[in-house]
Design a protein around this ligand. Structure first.
Ligand code: ZN
Length: 201
């Protein structure tokens, strides 16, 4: 699998949002879009992660996304990210997912684990980056970031400081209903911040 550039993923995510979130609603109503607009079933299964070692997967005909019910009941922002991640797979990896032999978790887990390390990393990284772009689009992110720096000018000089980063990301994350880590990564990709070596995505 040839790795797509971040700009290629951005084009896919932006095209999708232009078509399915025309009003630019924030936080992006990802569950409603998947369920109501795309007609994809979202099926929670308790203890999916424990049983299959997967937090989520998509059926090979792409009409159903299965998620771990326990984790996601407790962490709604994680559910939002997981749904965006699976949507990323559907937008990017349709041909790969179609080849999974059966619509069941063991089959999917086996299929993905047989991909080979490099290919699996590309598969998952692309879905993660696409999820970040779907949930935290560039324009409102940069607007909110500028607002934050205008409100707290002292932050400008200290954006490499872990505590400041966490504070700013957490503040911005509320508008997008994601975790602060998602915002931090997005700000790095938009070149507002540098990637920390030990925390590269
Ligand atoms: Zn995945």
């Amino acid at each position: 699998m040839v790795q797509r550039s971040y700009e290629m993923l951005r084009r896919v995510a932006d095209k999708f949002l232009n078509e399915h979130n025309t009003e630019r609603v924030l936080p992006v109503p990802i569950e409603m879009i998947i369920d109501n607009k795309l007609g994809i079933n979202i099926v929670p299964i308790p203890e999916l992660a424990e049983v299959a070692g997967l937090e989520s997967f998509t059926w090979n005909n792409m009409d159903t996304i299965v998620v771990d019910g326990n984790i996601h009941k407790r962490y709604p922002q994680r559910l939002r990210f997981t749904l965006a991640h699976e949507l990323g797979h559907i937008l990017l990896h349709r041909e790969v997912i179609k080849k999974c032999p059966r619509n069941e978790m063991d089959s999917y887990a086996h299929y993905v684990s047989n991909m080979g390390e490099k290919e699996r990393q590309v598969f998952e990284n692309e879905a993660n980056n696409c999820a970040g772009l779907l949930l935290v689009p560039k324009k409102p992110l940069l607007e909110k970031y500028q607002q934050t720096l205008t409100m707290f000018p002292a932050l400008n000089d200290r954006t490499n400081d872990e505590t400041i980063r966490s504070y700013v990301s957490n503040w911005i994350a509320k508008d997008f209903d994601v975790t602060e880590r998602v915002v931090e990564i997005r700000l790095c990709f938009e070149r507002c911040w540098e990637f920390k070596k030990n925390k590269a995505p």
